[in-house]
Design a protein around this ligand. Sequence first.
Ligand SMILES: [Fe+2]
Ligand SMILES: [Fe+2]
Length: 308
Amino acid sequence: MTSGSKVTARRIEFAYPPDMGPVWTPAKPEFSCAANAVSLMMPVMEPYFVRSIAAALPDLDEPLRSETEAYLAQEAQHHRQHRRFNRVLVDRYRWLAPLEHLMRRVYRSVERRASPQFNIAFAAGSETIAYSAARWAARHRTELFAGADEVASTLFLWHLAEEVEHKSAAHDVYWSRYGGRRGARLRYSAATALTVALVVLFVIAGTTIMAAGERRLHRPMAWLRLVRWSIGFAFELLPNLVWSMLPSHHPSDFTDPLWYEVWLRELDGDTGTLPLWHLIDMERSLDDGPEPGSAPELGQGRSLEELR
Ligand SMILES: [Fe+2]
Ligand SMILES: [Fe+2]
């Protein structure tokens, strides 16, 4: 079963200001640390998904094949943009380089030892985590991104927006290739459990290194926030994981946050720019177009292009 959704490959280049620091949410530095820890994993995890699923492309029929190619193009863009962003992090925190090295070894080892089926299940399970993160972040975006650096916020929210858009892609590849095999659901569940465990482990490690570097670890407020966000995210993730393992489930059954879709519609294909995340005029965007002379044009504020 496929979702019937349309995944669109977009080319977007982020230019990070030379003076951009790793703490891009100054009001809540711990959130930068946690989000940066996720960013650090992207150039390790996403190429693994791309390799695993690209290997299955020749066996896919249309329209799943074209949809999967667009999904792979999105993931390739994500890890490319995060790799550039991560340079700021690794330059600032000396223990991140060894952590990055360890992550690379662990994921390489999983990829080499596992079967092609398990690797695709691993990617599909990881997409459920990404989708849950997107739903959680959309619900809390005003709190999390208030006063944040515009370019870094836009990077993370653009990535999450596309995670929502391609939420079904890896799932559809897995079930179209292996749905008829005995034990397919068991392998899917095992791969999902493994990816959740690794993400939790490495996000905690990365967050701790960066929070220590920012001297936040001895502050009770920092811990309170991190624990509150972790519990809130767990309440988002765990039901989604359980649903994703049920036989009748398809990711299209999930209700998406509308906000991301509206935002992606505003991409300027000529310049490869999105309006900065807080400049979305929801009411205008939900219509086909503005009433003449009514709402201001999106992008009249500063766009990413202007921040270069
Ligand atoms: Fe991604
Ligand atoms: Fe993804």
